[in-house]
Design a protein around this ligand. Structure first.
Ligand code: GLP
Length: 275
């Protein structure tokens, strides 16, 4: 796990967006795994800007989102279909048929889960998976005690997650209690994973993910098994780490080594001074 500690949330968004841009420069027909929530909003804003200025094109890319609420029509304002349209898809040059989210409004949700797995496989698999993290350590909607080998399936949300997401719903609006989510096994098959976390509310989950024991009680800890995961966090989200200084030291050494060998790791905009 490469842990990159950045000064603030804006730097995290810049780091993430640069990584996505570099992925698309290297392979314009990349398959991207996308996430929702408040955390990636600033990253999506930067990608929209990069596309508008011609720095990147999504015309050959394909996307698969992590999750969608069960029972919400895709046109519902709180659906992740609408979130993606609003924050990204409507503003970039990706063909709509290249974008996919689990079908939370289908009659046969079990078949929809199997179909989603089939479509991911048929695309050749996810090249770069973007993730956020829940305060209870969930990734996608894989709540604590999710099987570390799980595939796309229906999950019942914990009260903690329902409460955390209640801010997006009006008082009289019905909030879903279930979702379709890629499984942890599905996520771990991505070739590269980029997890973003910002703010003090994520500090505990971040330290459990990076330093805690590997276990289903903190689903994000399963990323310890993945050979190419980058965790980009701000100082506040890093504040509970026991070995924060060490990760900063490792990152500096890593950048110097890459500089000496003439190789580049994305993005090149890492701070070079000690935080
Ligand atoms: C939801 C999403 C997750 C996301 C999490 C954290 O539960 N299903 O994919 O990581 O929220 O969201 P936020 O970035 O708003 O804290």
């Amino acid at each position: 796990m490469r842990v990159v500690i950045l000064p603030n949330a804006e730097a995290v968004a810049r780091f993430g967006a640069d990584l996505v841009v570099e992925q698309l420069h290297t392979r314009p027909d990349s398959v991207l795994g996308l996430a929702t929530g408040s955390t990636p909003v600033a990253l999506y804003k930067r990608l929209v800007q990069a596309c508008r200025t011609g720095r990147v094109s999504f015309s050959r890319a394909r996307t698969f989102n992590l999750d969608e609420y069960l029972g919400l029509e895709r046109c519902h304002p709180q659906s992740y279909h609408q979130y993606m349209r609003h924050h990204l898809f409507a503003h970039i040059d990706i063909p709509p048929e290249h974008t996919a989210l689990p079908a939370g409004d289908t009659e046969d949700a079990f078949a929809a889960c199997e179909d989603y797995e089939r479509r991911i496989r048929a695309s050749g698999g996810i090249d770069l998976q973007l993730l956020g993290i829940g305060r209870n350590g969930h990734i996608g909607f894989n709540e604590p005690t999710s099987s570390l080998g799980s595939r796309t399936r229906i999950k019942t949300l914990t009260q903690a997650t329902i409460d955390d997401n209640a801010r997006f719903y009006k008082d009289d609006e019905c909030q879903p209690h279930m979702a379709i989510t890629m499984g942890i096994g599905t996520i771990l098959e991505a070739r590269r994973i980029l997890l973003l976390a910002t703010g003090p509310a994520k500090a505990k989950a971040v330290s459990r993910m990076i330093e805690g024991p590997l276990g289903a009680f903190c689903p994000a800890s399963a990323l310890q098994l993945h050979p190419d995961t980058i965790v980009a966090i701000d100082q506040a989200a890093a504040s509970n780490l026991v070995h924060g200084d060490f990760y900063q030291h490792v990152e500096k050494e890593h950048q110097q080594l890459l500089g000496r060998t003439g190789r580049h790791s994305a993005p090149l905009s890492l701070p070079t001074t000690k935080q």
